[in-house]
Design a protein around this ligand. Structure first.
Ligand code: AMP
Length: 279
């Protein structure tokens, strides 16, 4: 497996693969890889002849007061995980390789990006759509793999691919959790021991909502209230949002029916964690 840092070096390799008729899978990540990322890579390896993992902490998707500079990074550890999972290349560019200093073209999206994480992170999805479009143009994959963990991001990428006619299949992959239910995230490393315990309230509260819906509850407000109440029992938790939306268009639901996404964002201390359940 190779670590490649420039577009110039990557393109001829991919063109060579395509000339041989090989299929290419892409797994976009921001690095500091864990078993959640690994599940995407393993799936990509099982469905494609060649797999590229991008490992890039994308500055344009961070707001001014967010954790761009402190975001954890460890390319050597990432490389070992990618190699073990069967990837062929890690694409690990510097920000200067990805963005011209006088860049002035961005990919933006209306509607789907305005609620949930888009409310507190107004520039986030423009950064995500822009970097993912660039990665799609650089890697030209047949398939690209995204986690359900970032459910809004997955819906946004699917919509962008549809609206802009990218000839790429988007594959959504289930959330990987720790044995105690906490969804794996690179940001979990920010949590101290007490916060790590407190973070269990996310999955616990979502499970309460899930069980209500599975038992037939149709009233959005009742489910939202039960989840909110449960989250409020944890003193270290501060709610950013509890939303119940249509999982495809991210629009609020009046009554719970099929394709429902229950998504939450919660600060545990200073760390903002997201989690969701789709029914
Ligand atoms: P990130 O490096 O956090 O930008 O994530 C890269 C990709 O891995 C995204 O598509 C995420 O949704 C996915 N991912 C992150 N955590 C998990 C998880 N716990 N389970 C499944 N996929 C995940």
């Amino acid at each position: 497996m190779k670590i490649i840092k420039t577009i110039e070096e990557l393109r001829p390799i991919i063109k060579g693969w395509k000339r041989e008729g090989l299929t290419v899978g892409l797994v976009p990540t921001m690095g500091y890889l864990h078993d959640g990322h690994k599940s995407l890579i393993v799936k990509a390896v099982s469905e494609n002849d060649k797999v590229v993992v991008s490992d890039f902490v994308n500055p344009t998707q961070f707001g001014a007061n967010e954790d761009l500079s402190s975001y954890p990074r460890d390319i050597e550890r990432d490389a070992a995980l990618c190699e073990a999972a069967g990837a062929d290349i890690i694409f690990h560019p510097e920000p200067e390789e990805m963005y011209f200093p006088d860049k002035c073209t961005f990919v933006d999206m209306d509607k789907l990006t305005k609620g949930l994480c888009g409310k507190t992170r107004p520039v986030h999805f423009s950064g995500v759509c822009t970097v993912v479009s660039k990665l799609f143009n650089i890697v030209t994959p047949d398939r690209a793999y995204f986690g359900q963990k970032d459910a809004q991001q997955l819906a946004v990428i699917k919509r962008m691919v549809r609206d802009l006619n990218f000839d790429i299949t988007i594959v959504g992959c289930p959330i990987v959790r720790e044995a105690d239910g906490l969804a794996l995230s690179s940001r979990n490393t920010y949590l101290n021991a007490e916060e790590r315990k407190a973070a269990l309230i996310l999955n616990k509260s979502l499970t309460i909502g899930k069980e209500m819906i599975e038992a037939g509850e149709k009233d959005v407000e009742k489910v939202r209230e039960a989840i909110t109440k449960s989250l409020q029992t944890e003193p270290l938790a501060k709610i950013d949002y509890v939303e119940i939306v249509n999982s495809e268009n991210m629009e609020p639901m009046e009554q719970i029916n099929s394709s429902v996404l229950v998504a939450i964002a919660v600060y545990i201390g200073k760390t903002r964690l997201i989690d969701n359940v789709m029914l």
